[in-house]
Design a protein around this ligand. Sequence first.
Ligand code: ASP
Length: 438
Amino acid sequence: MGIKVAKFGGTSLADAEQFRKVRAIVAADPARRYIVPSAPGKRHPRDQKITDLLYLCHAHVQQEVPFDDVFSIVAERFLGIVHDLGLALDLRPYLDEIKERIARGASADYTASRGEYLNALILAELLGYEFVDAAEVIFFRPDGTLDRERTWRALAERLAAVPRAVIPGFYGALPGGAIKTFPRGGSDISGAIVARGIGAELYENWTDVSGFLMADPRIVPNPKPIELITYRELRELAYMGASVLHEEAIFPVREAGIPIRIKNTNAPEDPGTLIVRDAPPVTPNGTITGIAGRKDFTVIALEKALMNAEIGFGRKLLSVLEANGISFEHMPSGIDTISLVIADAQLNHKLDKVLEEIRQQCRPDSLEVHPNMALIATVGRGMAYTPGIAGKLFGALGREGINVRMIDQGSSEINIIVGVDSQDFERAVRAIYHAFVG
Ligand code: ASP
């Protein structure tokens, strides 16, 4: 039987009741042999995440302010979970040691990682699984990047002898043993690394939603769930702002062709979303898989007679961006026109300087700036095989009276991107959704 690695997020382990749901989920499938927990998250909107409180402890020590009160909230939270679950585990010695090390000036990474460490100890006890410290199996190089070879080897060797284990998420060890964390939300990455290291058949990511939706529910009421999506489609949607898994979490499993299933701890019977390498072009919801978009782009539009014949024109234009450390999203061009679509965050007060340098380098006949553009990506692996997709999309926008200011279809043909005025953004997303999904 194949192995499943199951990662449980912070809300899935926020209190004893959530821990019991996790126990039932793990017990329901014997293939769930390696479990990767986050630290306890929020129990209600105004609650505190354990990781945030631990960072706060560290900040107090740095400012030489007593941190006992904050640490007590952390300790009580963990002791409460152990108590409510009726476990025999005595966490006090662990808490005492951690508190002492924080008081002595332990690093922010060590301090923050203790949320996952303690949660994994509790979950291992509850499940009757072995606790395997992430510092023994996930390794970083001195420059802070993941030491992949060492990590794959350590995971394979260590877990070969351990049929069922809980491995804390969010951190690993630097050479020499110091703890280093991944970016915030990084337990997703740990789970993917464990899945890759032991060659799992499936990486399950348990959270508090039943997978991804075809559009942002704040824009489209009750959008349909996405049951099946390829890694490539997911990347396109995530890049355009759909909030999904931690991006770095995709790569270890994607390389190895291990599928990811997003599941809801609070509704385990929901199918969730399955992310795979290859999938048939026709999706359960028709030709498109999802719609995502972002606001806050600026277009710089140049016009110059005979631009098409001027060798090196594009290079001169792009060298201005490069010299200013700016990346661009799209560069639609006509015969004598070319535009650059740039995220406002990239331009970052450099617009006047960039325009001046473009004038000097490229000598355009006209140079215009159009702010407030939004980009919308309509993504679907079925789009490449289906005639009439573009017609349907632009027809829907036309009927809504929305002016399309830019069009870009990547050569992969799984994505059509349109640029519209920011104030038309929500209306445009709804029009596209209803045209394709109903
Ligand atoms: N607990 C960490 C955080 O809050 C990591 C995670 O939950 O994935 O960022």
